[in-house]
Design a binder for this molecule. Structure first.
Ligand code: IMP
Ligand code: MG
Length: 186
């Protein structure tokens, strides 16, 4: 493996999921989704901003005529814990009625964001609604989460990269690493 410029950043710790491991898992999820949705191509709903890298790779690993939409949600604050208060910052363009919706999420921590999203999207009467989350933090869920597809279960450390940020930084790190810098104040 070649050295990465990110190796020299003192705020970044060990790699939790390496690039080639991400690539292999995303390919496998793509195959699974291709089989599961063969007769009913899904509408992928990416949750911005964190899911933008995962969604880009995952969508190209699905061999079906998928449609893509995005929404942006924000839980208040820019620190490293979710406040549980979620608001929709950008809504979907697509009418979900009768659609097979697959929500593409970056990471599930407390599960509060997802449980809010699920309720809000189910109210729009899709034919089906499943969630594909790249990462799930072990034993951290405070709200019930129903996750049909999961990339990796990881420990509770705060991580960045592959779309995940701390205060908008590090989304372009190509692997997933522990963030060990100072915690920004909300
Ligand atoms: P939850 O509502 O606590 O499940 O948090 C979900 C959201 O918090 C994710 O969509 C991320 O935006 C953010 N988040 C939670 N844990 C991390 C992390 O370790 N790194 C970066 N963002 C995180
Ligand atoms: Mg975030």
């Amino acid at each position: 493996m070649t050295a990465s410029r990110w190796d020299d950043d003192p705020d970044l710790g060990p790699i939790v999921v390496a690039e080639e491991v991400l690539r292999a898992r995303v390919a496998a999820l793509g195959e699974e989704l291709t089989a599961d949705y063969e007769d009913r191509p899904p509408l992928l709903v990416g949750v911005l901003k964190g899911a933008f890298v995962f969604m880009s790779d995952l969508s190209r690993a699905i061999r079906l005529p998928v449609e893509i939409d995005v929404m942006a949600v924000a839980s208040y604050g820019s620190g490293t814990t979710s406040s549980g208060v979620v608001r929709i910052v950008k809504d979907l363009d697509t009418d979900l009625t009768g659609r097979h919706v697959l929500v593409v999420e970056d990471i599930v921590d407390s599960g509060l964001t997802l449980s809010y999203l699920r309720r809000s999207l189910l109210a729009r009467e899709p034919a089906s609604l499943e969630v594909c989350a790249l990462l799930v933090k072990e034993s951290r869920q405070r709200a019930p989460v129903d996750l049909r597809y999961v990339g990796f279960r990881i420990p509770g450390d705060f991580v960045v990269g592959y779309g995940l940020d701390v205060a908008e930084r590090y989304r372009n790190v190509p692997d997933i690493r522990i963030y060990q810098g100072a915690v920004p104040v909300d």
